[in-house]
Design a protein around this ligand. Structure first.
Ligand SMILES: Nc1ncnc2c1ncn2[C@@H]1O[C@H](COP(=O)(O)OP(=O)(O)OP(=O)(O)O)[C@@H](O)[C@H]1O
Ligand SMILES: [Mg+2]
Length: 572
């Protein structure tokens, strides 16, 4: 189709070129003809004047002495002469076929016919017409004019052919080179320009194109290698990274960031950093870095999922050679463990002393009061001894929890991996709570669900369940309800516990897993809590490589979802 169109184009172009050439030749011929005809006409006028000079005498035609002269003249000049009288009747002629009477048209008249020129003119004397003369002779003929035209035509066509050939022999390589350059830009290096062409300039172009393609390929390859190593480095570096471009859009978020902050950050790409980064302090730092163009580094406490983490956050602006800001790299170095270790000793000693001090103070107080005489009052003695027992139990449970926690936190702490049924484990745990629940008139319900085959240590999972159910009962007012269920979902075995209790404020959720942290200290202490239960749960879930999710609404209730690694049911 394309080829046909190309052919039609060529025919039209060539038709036009040939027509133009012919028209040019026609014009040239017309000009030459006009010039020769003018020359002939002048020659005829000269001849007429000569004839006039010898045949007109005293206003009349007189041929008597002129006939011989006219005859010689016509022979030597190679012309035919005819003389007519004033009434246009033939008087004399050198040509037998001359008309006897001249036509009655206006004269003088010059006419070219079949290479012969005819000139008819009045013969005048003192402005009166004495007669007419007709001179007929060969017109000027330029010999070889047709051949000349033919050669001009041939030369024209030849030149045009040559021009076409030159254009074609350059256009094809140029088109190829263009194609090659376009392909190179697309990243393909398959095209190779021919190195066996005759034109030197085309050969040089082709060789240069081939060298360019090779160099480009090499640059691309090394760039790709560099980019891949950079990408691997960025992906696997231990720090979270966010790249923001000069207009404040997020270009890239690395794997470590997503893992550390437990986010997919899918919608982050090309989004405005202010709109998607959920930490005000980080956004403020980026703002400042954009404003000051200075590198900033700060230690920030950020809530990640259910816990507070510590980060060394740096914002490094990327400045180009025109001193314009091209973007910002934000680096998150997780220093939670270091911070924790740092704070742990401080907090631990302070917390433990504080937690021990309260029951011991009250033990000493009541014991002293008893010794001071209260023991004589039987009723008071019993009441005080009960308080002493309660405080002693609190001390005991505190010490037990502390020992437990320190054991779990040991490096060499390991669990006995087994296939466990969360549902069966839960059934056995629930037996412990029936009395406690009925004391507070709290309804405990286990919803029908999956068996929940999980990989884990049954003793430790029991501990997790006990701590969570204890909390659910403790932080749910009388006549409330605790709902439990087990579910298998996406290769996970989940244990879900919901209560209709007091709930936890959103910003408190990450904190409840800290040691000794209690939302309402007084209330928790009244309930005998030490604030270690959830810290133990968190550690145990971590060693199980599981996940904790908390959803809570103040005054409405709380739901804890614990996900363990799911597994197949054991055979038999
Ligand atoms: N189901 C719940 N509903 C409301 N608040 C809760 C719930 N579970 C935990 N909390 C809050 O989280 C805090 C921490 O719980 P955690 O179990 O670690 O400590 P505790 O219950 O106070 O003491 P213990 O070490 O005896 O368990 C609690 O003091 C309470 O404020
Ligand atoms: Mg508790």
């Amino acid at each position: 189709m394309k080829n046909q169109k190309f052919k039609a184009d060529r025919v039209i172009r060539w038709g036009f070129v040939i027509a133009s050439l012919l028209f040019m030749l026609f014009v040239l011929n017309e000009v030459i003809q006009a010039a020769t005809s003018r020359e002939d006409q002048l020659k005829m006028i000269d001849r007429k004047e000569w004839v006039e000079s010898i045949v007109v005498r005293d206003n009349t035609l007189d041929l008597r002495h002129a006939e011989r002269g006219l005859s010689v003249y016509s022979k030597t000049a190679g012309i035919d002469l005819a003389i007519y009288d004033a009434k246009r009747h033939l008087l004399y002629s050198t040509d037998d076929q001359a008309e006897k009477t001249l036509f009655t048209g206006s004269l003088p008249l010059f006419r070219m016919k079949d290479h012969s020129a005819v000139y008819i003119s009045p013969l005048k004397s003192n402005h009166t017409i004495a007669g007419y003369v007709l001179i007929k002779g060969r017109g000027t003929v330029i010999v070889g004019l047709g051949l000349l035209y033919f050669f001009i035509f041939l030369a024209g066509v030849g030149l045009l052919f040559y021009r076409d050939y030159i254009i074609r022999s350059y256009a094809v390589p140029i088109r190829f080179a263009t194609n090659m350059a376009e392909k190179m830009l697309e990243g393909s290096h398959e095209l190779i320009a021919s190195d066996s062409v005759r034109q030197e300039s085309v050969l040089r172009l082709n060789l240069a194109m081939n060298r360019l393609s090779e160099a480009f390929h090499e640059i691309n390859r090394s760039y790709a290698t560099q980019r891949d190593s950079m990408a691997t480095l960025i992906e696997n570096i231990g720090n979270g990274l966010i790249f923001i471009d000069g207009s404040g859009r997020i270009n890239y978020v690395n794997k470590t960031y997503k893992e550390t902050f437990k986010t997919t950050a899918n919608h982050w790409e090309f989004a405005d950093y202010e709109k998607v980064i959920p930490y005000e302090e980080v956004v403020a730092m980026i703002d400042e870095a954009f404003r000051t163009r200075q590198r900033l580094s700060r230690q920030l406490r950020l809530a990640v999922h259910i816990e507070i983490k510590h980060f060394d956050v740096s914002c490094a602006p990327i400045i180009n050679k025109h001193k314009k800001i091209r973007g910002i790299v934000v680096v998150f170095h997780d220093i939670t463990d270091i911070k924790k270790l740092e704070n742990m000793r401080k907090d631990f000693v302070a917390n433990v002393s504080h937690e021990l001090k309260t029951p011991i103070t009250s033990l000493i107080g009541f014991t002293e009061t008893l010794l001071d005489g209260a023991k004589d009052d039987k009723e008071l003695e019993e009441q005080f001894l009960n308080i002493i027992l309660h405080e002693s139990r609190r001390l005991q449970s505190l010490i037990k929890d502390l020992l437990e926690l320190s054991k779990i936190e040991q490096d060499y702490f390991s669990i006995q991996w087994q296939t466990v049924s969360l549902s069966k484990l839960l059934d056995s745990v629930l037996l412990i709570f029936s009395e406690k629940a009925s004391e507070k008139d709290i309804q405990i319900e286990k919803l029908p669900g999956d068996e929940g085959w999980a990989l884990g240590d049954p003793y430790r999972i029991r501990q997790i369940m006990i701590n969570l159910i204890t909390n659910a009962i403790a932080y749910t007012p009388q006549h409330g309800k605790v709902t439990l269920s087990v579910r298998e979902k996406n290769n996970l075995a989940q244990f879900i516990i919901s209560d209709t209790g007091i709930g936890i404020e959103k910003d408190q959720i990450p904190r409840i897993f800290e040691r000794f942290y209690r939302v309402d200290k007084a209330r928790s202490r009244d309930l005998g809590g030490t604030g270690l239960g959830l810290a133990i749960v968190k550690h145990l879930v971590e060693v199980h490589e599981g996940m904790i999710d908390v959803e809570s609404r103040l005054g409405k209730g709380t739901t804890f979802t614990i996900s363990f690694k799911g597994t197949e049911a054991p055979i038999g």
